[in-house]
Structure formats: C-alpha cells, structure tokens
Write a protein that binds this ligand. Structure first.
Ligand code: TYD
Length: 206
C-alpha cells in the first residue's frame, strides 16, 4: 500500500491556488494515484453549513473570536470525518486551505494571537499536520488584479480590503519562517512555471 501524503495549499485571496490544485490533480490522475480533494472551510455536510455562515456578507457583525472558533469547528469535523481516514488509508489528500489560513487571517491579520491559534489548531486536528504546504506568494496588488479578472462577487472575508490582505500575506510569511513544512512558491510566474516547482516537491515525497 502507498503511504498517505497530506498536502495543503495556502495564500491570499486570488493567489492562484485553484489553478495549481487542478494541475496537481491532473498529474495524480496521470500517475494513477488515489487522492482526495477537499477545501476549507467546508468539505463535510456540517462544514459546508459553517462555511455559509462564515462567508455570508450579511453576517458583518460576527465577532473575530466567533469567526476563529467557527473556522476551527469546521476543521475539527473535516479532519475527523475525511482527512485522517484518507491519509491512514494511504491516499494523497489535497486540502485547499488548512490551518495556516487561520494563523495568517485570524492569528495575525485579525490579531487574535499566534499562540492562541496554534493551540486551537492542535485541538481541531488532534495533532495531524500536513506533510507539505505550498504557500503561493504574490503581491496583494497582483492578487487583487487576478480576482477582478474573475468577476466574482466578494465574500465576507474578501470585503475586508487590501490592507487586510497585506496583513494576511505578512502572516503567511511569518508562518513560513516558523514552520519548516511550508514551501514558499513565487506565484508571480506562469502557471506552468509555478507547477514545475510543486511537482518537483511532490515527486520527492513519493
Ligand atoms: P474561499 O472562497 O474558499 O476562498 P479561496 O477561494 O480564496 O480559498 O473562502 C475562504 C475565505 O476564508 C478566504 O478569504 C480565507 C478565509 N479563511 C480564514 O480567514 N481562516 C481560515 O482558517 C480559513 C480556512 C479560511
């Protein structure tokens, strides 16, 4: 049986995660590797309900602490229900955002505290950590231009504006300094160039 591999993708809104995840799943299909693709917040029936509360623009009065705990609640559910069983069954698990998002968005950008978030992340995951995390790093200006190109309406988090995204980016870079599993990938290149780095790092793990 293959060993499980838990891969997460992170970055500010508009960093190009979806494109890279598509390229990675295409590569795994070609190789015939079994994988599970999930996203956070969400990925379970309970988690998708929590996601709609979190991203609903009408919920502008949500307190930062409530926001933090809801992200963690959705995470606890998906780890128990989907991620841990799949990794234990030898699958590759790809998660579109995981707990480094909480470190960057709630811990640093919302200023709820890095250590608080690290402790809650540990509770929500019962210690399950990604094997490798790709941080797609891009300037806030470039990421914003990409988001505009897509023409989608902003959700509650995206409405927080560019200054907030700048803090998130700094939070991610802080996480990358702290946690060796995070690989910073320069996302200001063509999708193919970016994917070449990702593919090389994944192949090293197989
Ligand atoms: P989503 O539409 O999934 O964004 P994207 O396509 O950019 O991944 O929305 C998730 C939003 O929630 C995004 O703005 C990041 C934010 N978020 C947090 O603030 N904390 C978290 O722990 C997670 C997982 C996401």
């Amino acid at each position: 049986m293959d060993n499980g591999l838990f891969i997460t993708f992170e970055g500010i809104d508009g960093c190009g995660k979806s494109t890279q995840i598509k390229l990675l799943t295409g590569y795994l299909d070609e190789k015939g590797r079994d994988y599970l693709l999930v996203r956070e917040p969400g990925g379970t029936v309970i988690g998708e309900k929590i996601r709609s509360i979190l991203l609903d623009k009408e919920n502008y009065e949500m307190s930062p602490a409530a926001e933090l705990l809801l992200f963690e609640a959705a995470r606890a559910q998906i780890v128990e229900e989907k991620i841990r069983p799949a990794v234990e069954a030898g699958k590759v698990v790809i998660c579109d955002r995981f707990y480094d998002s909480t470190f960057a968005y709630q811990g640093v950008a919302r200023d709820l505290g890095e250590d608080v978030v690290i402790s809650l992340n540990d509770i929500a995951t019962s210690g399950l950590a990604p094997d490798i995390t790709f941080l797609l790093d891009l300037s806030v200006k470039d990421a914003f231009a990409r988001r505009q190109g897509r023409g989608e309406a902003d959700d509650r988090m995206e409405l927080l504006g560019l200054e907030f995204q700048e803090k998130v980016r700094n939070g991610y870079l802080k996480a990358a300094d702290k946690f060796g599993r995070i690989k910073v990938v320069d996302a200001c290149r063509t999708p193919e160039e970016i994917f070449a780095d990702i593919k090389a790092a994944v192949e090293e793990r197989f």
